[in-house]
Design a protein around this ligand. Structure first.
Ligand SMILES: Cc1cc2nc3c(=O)[nH]c(=O)nc-3n(C[C@H](O)[C@H](O)[C@H](O)COP(=O)(O)O)c2cc1C
Length: 224
């Protein structure tokens, strides 16, 4: 059964609890075959994707688990992940996003260790059996980075169409060295984000969390 683009956009949401059911590699290949049609400035197609399943993903999860210490021992992030400075609206949305997730797991704001342990679920792919890591070349500029985002959303919508859940994960940047080591990725490449992929666990309430959005009037201006 195929769904419309509108349906895919409306029903996609970040999955934070996956079933262990494997995702066939053939399906992931098919999705990337289609996603390569994503547009990019001057057709540069700056995306570099590593798709990871099976034994390699198990090794990556084990390597990051070994680094998931309290207090944390994070790698330097390869690029700043938040606006500097954020606007008031951006800051409020970022805050609400954190509260929604920690709240859904009953983790209090003051529980610094609990929050850290929650963050480490990212590096176990929230139980997902597949992941994709997107890299940029060091010479890529803002336009190429925007193109990476277009590619990422294209992949996520195709995954939705295929009945799969996913979640973009910038949190992998704190272990970007481990990702590169395990996958044998050249050191010059910059990790943009991870994307965990799998079948959503319908029984886990975290997957029912719906993130709100700003009203049209807050971000769009129409001129006639
Ligand atoms: C590039 C990118 C990176 C993200 N990184 C993380 C992450 O590291 N951990 C996480 O839990 N969610 C992450 N998210 C998910 C966002 O929090 C989520 O998209 C947003 O709250 C809107 O919710 P929705 O995807 O369910 O609509 C990321 C999303 C994107 C697009």
């Amino acid at each position: 059964m195929t769904i419309s683009v509108t349906e895919a956009i409306r029903t996609r949401r970040s999955t934070r609890a996956f079933l262990p059911t494997p995702v066939p590699e053939g399906l992931l290949r098919e999705i990337l075959e289609t996603a390569r049609r994503a547009p990019s400035n001057s057709n540069i197609q700056p995306w570099l994707a590593h798709v990871v399943t099976g034994e390699t993903l198990a090794r990556l999860k084990a390597a990051t688990a070994a680094r998931s210490t309290v207090p944390p021992a994070f790698d330097e992030r390869p690029y700043p992940i938040y606006p500097d400075p954020p606007t008031e609206a951006q800051e409020a949305r970022r805050f609400a996003c954190g509260e929604r997730q920690y709240g859904s797991r009953g983790i209090a704001r003051e529980d610094v260790e609990g929050r850290l342990r929650y963050v480490y679920n990212n590096h176990q792919c929230f139980g997902a059996p597949a992941a994709m890591f997107l890299f940029a070349e060091p010479g890529d500029g803002l336009s190429q980075w925007a193109d990476l985002g277009i590619f990422l959303q294209t992949v996520m919508l195709l995954l939705t169409e295929a009945g799969l859940g996913s979640i973009g994960q910038i949190s992998w940047s704190v272990f970007n060295r481990t990702v590169k080591d395990v996958l044998g990725v050249p050191d010059r490449l910059v990790l943009y984000c991870g994307l965990s992929i799998g079948y959503p666990d319908p029984a886990d309430p975290i997957n029912a969390v719906v993130a709100d959005r700003a009203e049209l009037s807050e971000f769009a201006t129409f001129h006639d």
